[in-house]
Design a protein around this ligand. Structure first.
Ligand code: NAG
Ligand code: NAG
Ligand code: NAG
Ligand code: NAG
Ligand code: NAG
Length: 264
């Protein structure tokens, strides 16, 4: 797992107050800086933690991003609420882990792997939909890389947003409308890993082509789509997944369709 000096990039990204970095008319459109305090606002659970761990027909497991307090990530709250309201028998289970600036996702990976391992044993019919935002996207990519085929079969859907390990050319890459996205952007952590010749947590080919995964990257999210002309501490695009209706609606439909699909 890549941490090292890179953790400090993110620390810097989130610790300083929002700055203005308008460098021209066109750049201004895509270079809106965000307010890092937005992430630290109080978070809630949708399902009580005790109930969320019991057997259900499906579990919606979400991993929040750096500095978001424990609870359902702001980026997934509307879609998770709507899925639960439209399909009976599900629970929402936020990953318990620090989501700290050092980007250490190890304990969160174990949390998810334990849930699925116990689920395969005690609740064999339970299905899973995974959600990961920013550091949470890295966490989910790391989890997927550690699961065997029976565990992967039980995972019907994966939604990633603001993925710092975005790699161009993946089938799963989508734009704000859930449409395949050919843009060449390399996520900021992926770019660093490439330049330092270290391993990138990425979707295996089979998972990438399974039609289970949507990896959203909004225009103006410099974490998944770096823009050298923009020097925001945290870009507004990286904070916007929870309020862009096309993201919420297309992801909602994807998860519902995947959970209801009989074949897979
Ligand atoms: C949400 O659940 C977590 C455990 O996952 C718990 O630590 C936290 O206190 C709960 N938050 C609220 C607001 O109840
Ligand atoms: C989902 O459920 C909510 C609340 O029950 C409802 O308002 C909404 O129309 C439903 N959406 C879809 C797409 O079924
Ligand atoms: C990451 O966290 C795990 C579990 O909390 C800990 O054992 C490990 O030492 C940490 N790794 C680093 C590099 O700090
Ligand atoms: C896959 O892993 C789970 C635990 O995560 C284990 O219970 C199961 O036996 C494994 N299945 C295979 C086919 O190895
Ligand atoms: C990069 O890593 C690979 C294997 O991990 C190694 O074979 C190769 O020599 C490395 N390249 C550089 C430039 O360090």
């Amino acid at each position: 797992m890549m941490i090292g000096s890179f953790g400090f990039v993110f620390l810097g990204l989130l610790s300083a107050s929002a700055s203005r970095a308008y460098t021209g008319t066109n750049a201004a459109l895509e270079c809106r800086c965000g307010m890092s305090q937005f992430l630290t606002l109080p978070h809630a659970n949708i399902t009580s933690p005790a109930e969320a761990k019991r057997c259900a027909s499906y579990k919606l497991i979400d991993a929040r991003g750096t500095n978001e307090p424990q609870g359902v990530s702001t980026m997934f709250y509307p879609m998770i609420q709507n899925i639960l309201a439209n399909m009976t028998g599900g629970v929402s289970l936020p990953v318990e882990y620090p989501a700290a600036p050092n980007q250490n996702t190890t304990s969160g990976e174990s949390f998810v792997i334990d849930i699925i391992t116990e689920g395969l044993y005690h609740c064999p019919d339970q299905k899973y939909a995974m959600f990961g935002y920013s550091q949470g996207a890295s966490l989910m990519l790391n989890v997927l890389g550690q699961l065997n085929s029976s565990a992967l079969d039980s995972i019907k859907s994966v939604i990633l947003v603001g993925n710092p390990y975005r790699i161009p050319g993946k089938t799963s890459n989508v734009d704000a409308f859930g449409q395949h996205d050919k843009k060449a952007s390399v996520g900021m952590f992926a770019a660093h890993a490439i330049s330092s010749n270290s391993t990138i947590p990425e979707l295996l080919r089979e998972m990438d082509q399974s039609s289970k995964v949507l990896d959203y990257c909004l225009e103006g999210d410099l974490v998944c789509s770096p823009n050298p002309a923009c020097s925001c501490q945290i870009p507004a695009g990286h904070l916007s997944y929870g309020l862009v209706d096309s993201v919420q609606k297309t992801a909602f439909e994807h998860v519902i369709n995947r959970l209801q699909s009989v074949s897979n």
